[in-house]
Design a protein around this ligand. Structure first.
Ligand SMILES: CC(C)(COP(=O)(O)OP(=O)(O)OC[C@H]1O[C@@H](n2cnc3c(N)ncnc32)[C@H](O)[C@@H]1OP(=O)(O)O)[C@@H](O)C(=O)NCCC(=O)NCCS
Length: 192
């Protein structure tokens, strides 16, 4: 399977040579990467994460998403206690946030009960291809299983070839509408 990168001029994903892994970064990630739940005390670090994400890939964001003052206000209004079924998982490399995944769990009374949706997943460009996204998704899976969910769901844009490869690699089935679903095994609860 190919490696995909976003081409800002063409405005689409194109196949490319996979960037070589930096051995020093591989080692740093092996030794220092922790996946943990974020709390309000992480606002500053999440702001820096978003700032780097915009600065390093300005062509992937809509203009309104690049308004850092607006983003600061959104973060200030974030009260995790008010949203107990929302889980913000962060990939923390020695105190720096390099990846974020947001998971939402709800109880669907007309469906199968507890249901988990990944709302966002993003890894900073220079840390991609080292397994950080996979580690975030593994944590989301464990959390969803702990909450009794039988599947993990998300939406992926049909044009997001990198995202689609990533989700397929993790075992998601993707429908024509871009709904990706991963069956969970409730027997495998525990650990982060
Ligand atoms: C999608 C994303 C989260 C993946 O994070 P990551 O840390 O780079 O992913 P991993 O290193 O864990 O990749 C796991 C596997 O996914 C596949 N994969 C990941 N990125 C890929 C790419 N650009 N092209 C093709 N396959 C890719 C590979 O099979 C890889 O396994 P391998 O390293 O053994 O070859 C990251 O590319 C990202 O943040 N993209 C921008 C935001 C985005 O598109 N989010 C998804 C929105 S639906």
């Amino acid at each position: 399977m190919g490696w995909y990168v976003w081409d800002g001029k063409e405005e689409r994903f194109v196949t490319a040579e996979r960037p070589p892994r930096d051995p020093q970064l591989t080692k740093a990630l092996e030794e220092g990467l922790a996946i943990r739940l974020a709390d309000a005390g992480d606002r500053g670090k999440i702001f820096e994460f978003r700032k780097e994400a915009i600065e390093t890939e300005p062509d992937i964001w809509h203009p309104e998403e690049m308004d850092l003052d607006g983003f600061r206000r959104i973060l200030e209004g974030w009260d995790p206690a008010a949203y107990p079924n929302d889980f913000v998982l962060v990939a923390d490399l020695d105190g720096k946030i390099i990846g974020v995944l947001q998971l939402n769990v709800s109880y669907r009374i007309l469906e199968n009960g507890p249901s988990a949706w990944v709302e966002d997943i993003f890894v900073l460009k220079r840390f991609r291809g080292y397994g950080v996204g996979s580690r975030l998704m593994e944590s989301a899976k464990r959390l969803a299983v702990e909450k009794g969910c039988r599947s993990l769901n998300l939406l992926v844009d049909p044009n997001n070839l990198a995202g689609r490869s990533f989700y397929r690699h993790l075992g998601f089935e993707i429908t024509d509408t871009g709904w990706a679903i991963l069956k969970l095994d409730p027997a495998k609860a525990g650990g982060r």
